[in-house]
Design a protein. Structure first.
Length: 679
């Protein structure tokens, strides 16, 4: 794939949408038409594929009986033709609001224009006629129409609610339209449109503003996009509308699957666009995974008229316009991160508490290495014991130094156990390992410095073997420490190794989130302040299994072998949660992590963790991830101990979100990567 093609969002299933907020000129369609043309041209210059204007945008909304004036309605139709011509020049599909006559009735309509033509007209279904609204004085509802076509701009086009507009040259680019009050109805017309296949829902609104209403509209847009597994683009009237009795804020929002992608300036005094790239491919993949959506479509869906159109096909390299977290398991918003850490920590704690009450256990055994994972598991254990009114001394922590254990991690392990008030002990595994080397005839027993996989796994296996026997001895169960990222990569010694335990509280938590959980605990008072300095020291320690002695002062690096956990967690999220192609994951990773990346950093991320990766590095590490995830690690995941699911779509348990054959291979993913990601 050519570089420019790869670096274009359109290549990867993104549709650039815009909510337009023009300055309104009440009762002056020509002036409004000029505002529309200017915004259409601006949208075209910014690569927008689809844009939506507010309700009755060509006439203005708050003009009351002027809607019944023939001169005004004639000029509105002329301006539709002018705006349509502008879409041909700009390469944009635009949805404008207009009062349209059909037969002897007047309808409040969304007029879809593109390529110089009117593609279709959608009349408003629900007309508000309460409090300040009086629309039934002027307009007929969609149900009052006598036919499903209309003559407009010299064309005969479809005229009905629920029309689906589908780009024949851009898979997944399917949208539908509703107007203002429609989405306040108990069953919005866009619900059935989504069930029929629309992935982008547009709302032309003239909703006036009162205190608190902006939050209500945002809530409706977010919840509707979540419920219908869609994107929802909302554009409300703004500055210039008549303020005889009402006021207007020009709210513009774009949501996707419940998350806000963009929000425009409210109460602005100039015409402007609110733009975001909607991932219609991701929406389709989410619907594919959601059996309830498909079943509801079968039970409640209705046939829809599909209007085909040609979307713009330029594939220019550009920066993605949407929020993109470098750490998808760790939100960038400080408040949300605090909430996520609170929930994650308590999910782990309650999972452990329930297992202890179910088994009647009063104590547990845990290996404490001075690394991130065992630290997090020990913090969870302490909180669980506190809530169960059990003494922390019943937590039996063992540090088990081997041939490569550093003084730093060993001292951190001891400092942590002491500060937390657990029962600490030390077992040197080297004598037992040396005996095993001798028993199996390993070269190390003959004095040869052979640090192969056997050398590593003898140590890892002995540690777990000791823990299980200690559990038997003390009538305790063994608490696992391995995390979600390690499960994805198969970075664990199988069987009687760190792969196994009686219960694993970290199995549903990504490595990148564990870092922030430890920071969160250190900043709070759930565990006590005594361990705070030690926790920060552990966070500053390089991730290493410490199984092979340092060479020339360089310690064994986990990330040097399996790749940066920041990238691996990024790959894991998009591949396991959505099933995206490797090329799209590489594109997103480069957008987030490249030298010009726009990805968001989580709150409180230290500067020394803020790194960048070029496309070649991303492709190389993604290749390693694909092999480990799809080909070499599944047999370990097929025999996982129990543990709580923590993050959405993040469980790799064979009893949960991820079920795969242990005998799979990575060929199809590697071929896709090589074919579509430039070197």
């Amino acid at each position: 794939m050519a570089d420019a093609l790869f670096h274009s969002p359109k290549t990867h299933g993104f549709v650039r949408v815009a909510a337009a907020t023009p300055v309104s000129h009440p009762g002056d369609p020509r002036a409004n038409g000029q505002e529309h043309v200017a915004l259409i041209r601006q949208a075209g210059e910014q690569g927008v594929d689809l844009m939506v204007f507010p309700e009755l945008s060509l006439s203005a909304y708050a003009i009351d009986d002027l809607h019944m004036q023939a001169a005004l309605l004639d000029e509105v139709e002329r301006q539709i033709a002018v705006a349509a011509e502008a879409t041909a020049e700009a390469g944009v599909v635009a949805v404008v609001g207009a009062p349209i006559r059909n037969g002897d009735a007047l309808y409040n309509c969304a007029v879809v224009i593109g390529g110089g033509e009117v593609l279709g007209v959608v009349p408003k279904t629900y007309l508000p006629n309460y409090r300040e609204y009086y629309e039934k004085r002027w307009f007929a509802p969609a149900t009052a129409r006598s036919e499903d076509v209309i003559q407009l701009n010299g064309e005969t086009v479809d005229f009905a609610p629920g029309l689906l507009f589908e780009a024949v040259n851009r898979p997944g680019f399917v949208f539908a339209v509703e107007i203002c009050e429609d989405y306040w109805a108990p069953l919005p017309p866009s619900t059935r449109a989504a069930l029929a296949g629309a992935r982008i829902l547009l709302n032309l609104s003239a909703s006036n503003i009162v205190i608190g209403k902006a939050d209500e509209r945002a809530m409706l847009s977010a919840s509707h996009s979540a419920r219908t597994l869609s994107a929802y683009v909302f554009a409300a009237s703004g500055w210039g509308e008549s303020t005889t009795d009402l006021a207007w804020d020009g709210q513009a929002t774009i949501h996707e699957l419940g998350s806000k992608l963009a929000e425009g300036e409210r109460f602005a005094l100039d015409s402007h666009l609110t733009i975001a790239d909607v991932d219609v491919d991701r929406i389709g993949l989410d619907r594919l995974r959601n059996g309830t959506f498909a079943e509801c479509a079968r039970n409640e869906g209705e046939p829809a008229t599909v209007v085909p159109f040609m979307a713009r096909e330029d594939h220019e390299a550009s920066e993605l316009i949407r929020p993109l977290d470098r750490f998808p398991f760790v939100p960038d918003d400080a408040g949300r991160l605090d909430q996520d850490c609170y929930e994650a920590f308590n999910i782990q704690v309650q999972g452990l508490m329930r297992r202890m009450t179910a088994t009647g256990a009063k104590s547990l055994v845990i290996g404490v290495s001075g690394g991130l994972d065992s630290t997090q598991a020990l913090l969870v254990a302490c909180r669980a014991f506190d809530r169960l009114d059990l003494p922390r001394t019943n937590i039996l922590g063992f540090t088990m130094p081997g041939f490569a254990t550093s003084d730093g991690t060993k001292s951190n392990a001891w400092a942590l156990m002491t500060a937390l008030g657990v029962t600490g002990a030390e077992i040197d595994i080297r004598p037992a390992a040396e005996q095993m080397f001798k028993d199996i005839g390993h070269p190390y027993a003959e004095g040869q410095p052979v640090h192969d996989i056997t050398f590593e796994n003898v140590q890892a296996g002995l540690r777990t073997d000791y823990l299980f026997r200690l559990g038997n001895q003390h009538k305790a169960f063994v608490l696992g420490t391995g995390d979600l990222s390690e499960l994805a990569l198969g970075w664990a010694t199988y069987g009687v190794g760190d792969h196994m335990s009686h219960y694993n509280v970290n199995g549903g938590v990504a490595k990148t989130l564990i870092r922030h959980l430890i920071r969160w605990v250190a900043a709070g008072d759930l565990i006590g302040a005594g361990a705070r300095d030690t926790l920060h020291a552990i966070l500053d320690t390089e991730i290493s299994p410490e199984l092979v002695p340092a060479k020339d002062g360089v310690i064994q690096s986990t990330e040097g072998t399996v790749g940066p956990y920041a990238l691996n967690d990024f790959f894991l999220f998009y591949i396991s949660r959505f099933g995206m192609t490797p090329s799209k994951v590489a594109f997103l990773a480069h957008q987030a992590w490249g030298d010009a990346g726009s990805g968001h950093w989580p709150a409180n991320t230290p500067d020394d963790e803020k790194v960048e990766y070029d496309l070649a590095s991303i492709k190389g590490w993604l290749r390693k991830f694909l092999i480990r995830f799809f080909q070499t690690a599944q047999f370990k995941r097929s025999a996982l101990p129990n543990g709580p699911k923590v993050v959405t779509g993040g469980s790799l348990s064979p009893r949960g979100d991820w079920r795969a054959p242990s005998d799979g291979n990575a060929r199809v993913w590697l071929d896709e990567l090589d074919a579509n990601v430039p070197d």
